[in-house]
Design a protein around this ligand. Structure first.
Ligand SMILES: [Zn+2]
Length: 375
């Protein structure tokens, strides 16, 4: 950076960085209030890392196809479809997690433990006739087959058990989609695993009728709890009278509000920013728009628009409501600038800021200089 003027040293950045990185760096807006840099995780709205967001990012990256990986990719896509179907089923979260583990071959059955070099008896604990794999434990073991045949589900009766877990899970999902009662199968599979664990860890052998009975009991308990929960939630919403998301968030003493938006195409071309100031009745008082230097992301362009609006609102010494958006260090500038002015921020959907959206788009497309209009 150049000393004292808070600007990038363009010459220096260009001389030591590659073209692409230099452009990226020069697109970063510098803080005008000298706020400190802080690490930010770009994949959550709060900027804080969460395991969930890390997992989603990992998933996205794994679908990027590399040469010669067509088959694997298709398999991954199929697996993902199955997994997302499991998450959307109306079953208890612990049962969903259990089946998700099955889809990822993650149950600690004897074969999986041996893969991790744990010395353990390889035989199925229930029948003792075959190696204990996930497939065997859940679907192929003669005890499991007896349970599936006796359970009040179509799977194992009208629908035959398939040779592989993934095929069977697909069948279970499609049956459950057609008939909600078939969700019971997911509880049967889970109780089969519990039956195996009780035998391994507590030396207790469960009768197959008890396995089915327990599955039915858990299934019914979950269904009842779910119905009750939905009724209570519905009642709460009715009492509130409207969706809380739609509730107006303008503080009671507000006199003016300002809508802000930006238009962004890519990190090479200029972006557009626009804002319009309104009286609380909705009458428009001022509008401004301009093109601005490229930013790396649409979020930064939006933040730049917000920063510009807040600065100018402060200059106009008005109390405003501004469309909130999210970005990195510029946010601190906005907070600092608006601190002493009683500004409040709220997010509104794009459909509510069509006017400024259009202003910003025009400014970007025409590479337009600053335009201000008073009404
Ligand atoms: Zn067996």
């Amino acid at each position: 950076m150049l000393q004292g003027v808070r600007e990038w040293n363009v010459q220096l950045v260009n001389s030591i960085m590659g073209q692409k990185d230099a452009r990226y760096i020069l697109n970063i807006r510098l803080s005008s209030t000298m706020s400190q840099d802080t690490p930010v995780w770009n994949y959550t709205s709060t900027g804080e890392y969460s395991v969930k967001s890390g997992y989603h990012l990992c998933n996205q990256l794994s679908t990027i196809q590399r040469p010669g990986q067509k088959e694997n990719r298709e398999l991954t896509v199929d697996l993902k479809k199955c997994c997302s179907s499991i998450w959307s089923l109306s079953i208890s979260p612990k049962i969903k997690t259990f089946w998700w583990r099955i889809m990822h071959d993650g149950l600690p059955v004897a074969e999986n433990l041996r893969k991790r070099n744990i010395k353990i008896d390889h035989a199925c604990q229930t029948c003792g006739e075959h190696p204990e794999t996930q497939d065997h434990m859940l679907f192929q073991c003669r005890v499991a087959k007896e349970i599936w045949a006796l359970a009040p589900t179509r799977f194992g009766n009208e629908e035959e058990v398939q040779p592989q877990s993934h095929q069977n899970v697909r069948v279970l999902i499609s049956l459950a989609k057609r008939d909600k009662r078939e969700l019971l199968s997911f509880y049967i599979g889970w109780r089969l695993w519990k039956m195996r664990n009780n035998l391994v860890f507590q030396r207790k052998r469960e009768h197959i009728v008890k396995v089915i009975y327990d599955a039915v009991r858990y299934f019914e308990q979950w269904e009842e709890a779910n119905i009750k929960f939905n009724q209570e939630e519905g009642e709460k919403m009715r009492r509130k009278g409207q969706n809380p998301q739609d509730q107006e968030t303008v503080p009671p003493c507000t006199q003016y509000f300002c809508c802000v938006d930006a238009s962004w195409k890519d990190d090479k071309e200029v972006a557009g920013v626009g804002w319009s100031l309104h009286g609380i009745q909705g009458n428009q008082l001022i509008q401004r728009s301009s093109s601005t230097n490229p930013t790396n992301t649409p979020r930064e362009a939006e933040t730049e628009a917000l920063r510009m609006a807040v600065r100018q609102m402060r200059a106009l010494a008005t109390i405003v409501k501004v469309r909130n958006t999210e970005s990195i260090s510029m946010v601190q500038d906005i907070v600092d600038t608006s601190k002493t002015n009683g500004f409040t921020f709220t997010y509104v959907p794009r459909s509510s800021v069509m006017l400024v959206d259009e202003l910003a788009k025009k400014a970007r497309c025409n590479n337009q200089n600053y335009v201000i209009t008073w009404f």
